[in-house]
Design a binder for this molecule. Structure first.
Ligand SMILES: Cc1cc2nc3c(=O)[nH]c(=O)nc-3n(C[C@H](O)[C@H](O)[C@H](O)COP(=O)(O)OP(=O)(O)OC[C@H]3O[C@@H](n4cnc5c(N)ncnc54)[C@H](O)[C@@H]3O)c2cc1C
Length: 331
């Protein structure tokens, strides 16, 4: 049962392009396998469109399991679940890693339930010891505490990884791994759902996956001023976030909300504009690598966590930042 030590990474892709969060998961799997032994296998579901499969094969994995079927080009949990379980046969891996994205958050519990195995979600650290096997670290109580968990049940254990928590080195030139093709054996159950159409919601960058987030609070004064954040985000390649009252007021969609009752982000750069810095907001962004705050009030609590602070009117400062970044990035 050589498969027992292997670690699988379920690759997320869109239009043939691999999402960076999946390469982070590959990096995490490599680190784990260097302690636990076994091979890292990337599982790519869908037909070979674009260069996604090749990108994964050169990402430092030992093998790519390509489960080929055009029905898998677009994610549906029932198809992905059936294909993954079917491909496992009698040689399951020790762990299956998925990014904690919307898809990963849906598929991971379905996998765990189907396989009767343990599940740890939104992990920010992985470790292994001979005595206790795989251990995970995950934030709890809105990031105020960390929990460390071990698995007791059967393999494979299912683990979702918080985006931006497992960065890989940008310079890596790995040998291309072999690509092994599988055909999914569909069950009656997996055929119960047929995907007809995906209606895209605008194609904006997901705030949990973005490397830069520009967020607005009530200090933005109204929805008509959020174009200032969109413009800065456009120049920086960033996603736009928001505080809860902004969402409650209907200025922005809930998918933009950062905080305890919204999304948790950990980008390289978080720019908080007109946000006071309430604990519930900090719970969703304080793990950002660099925090910049723009606030009229020099005593606003956000400045206590900010690496850089600008005291002033966000509505005046944002256009200046956008112009300056545009100029700086053009050169
Ligand atoms: C159970 C619970 C869960 C919650 N969950 C969340 C959550 O997930 N996310 C979240 O964000 N909140 C959450 N909250 C709400 C949270 O407590 C705060 O009320 C909220 O974060 C405040 O949002 P804000 O900073 O946009 O607004 P405010 O606190 O009103 O702050 C506005 C800030 O803008 C500044 N300002 C005003 N005008 C300007 C200007 N022109 N230029 C620059 N600065 C200006 C002000 O000085 C002020 O600091 C939750 C609360 C509870 C009780």
């Amino acid at each position: 049962m050589s498969g027992h030590k292997d670690i699988w990474v379920v690759i997320e892709h869109s239009d043939g392009r691999v999402k960076p969060v999946s390469l982070e998961a590959v990096h995490a799997a490599r680190q784990l396998s260097s302690k636990s032994g076994g091979q890292v296998k990337a599982v790519y579901l869908g037909s070979q469109s674009g260069d996604g499969v090749k990108v994964v094969a050169r990402a430092g994995v030992n093998q790519v399991l390509l489960i080929v079927d055009s029905e898998l080009d677009t994610y549906t949990s029932s198809r992905y679940l059936a294909a993954l379980v079917g491909c496992m046969g009698d040689s399951p891996p020790s762990a299956i890693l998925l990014p904690a994205t919307n898809h990963g958050k849906e598929l991971a519990p379905a996998l765990a339930s189907s396989l009767g195995s343990g599940l740890a979600t939104d992990c920010i650290g992985l470790d292994y010891s001979e005595s206790s096997g795989i251990k995970v670290e995950r934030p709890v109580y809105a990031g105020k505490a960390l929990s460390y968990m071990e698995f007791l049940g059967p393999v494979p254990v299912i683990i979702t990884l918080r985006p931006n928590a497992f960065r890989s080195d940008p310079i890596a030139d790995y040998k291309e791994a072999p690509i092994i093709e599988h055909s999914p054996a569909w069950t009656e159950h997996s055929r119960l759902l047929h995907l007809k159409e995906i209606v895209k919601g605008g194609g904006t960058l997901d705030i949990t996956e973005a490397r830069i987030v520009v967020s607005g609070g009530l200090g933005m004064q109204g929805p008509e001023n959020f174009h200032l954040l969109e413009e800065l985000a456009g120049v920086l390649g960033a996603a736009v976030g928001a505080s809860r009252p902004v969402v409650d007021n209907g200025w922005r969609d809930y998918s933009n909300q950062v905080g305890q009752t919204g999304r948790t982000v950990g980008p390289d750069l978080y720019i908080a504009c007109g946000i006071s810095g309430a604990v519930q907001h900090l719970a969703g962004m304080s793990s950002s690598k660099c925090i910049v705050a723009i606030n009229k009030d020099p005593h606003a609590p956000i400045f206590e966590v900010a690496d850089y602070g600008i005291v002033g009117d966000a509505l005046e400062i944002l256009p200046i930042l956008t112009r300056e970044f545009k100029n700086a990035l053009r050169t």
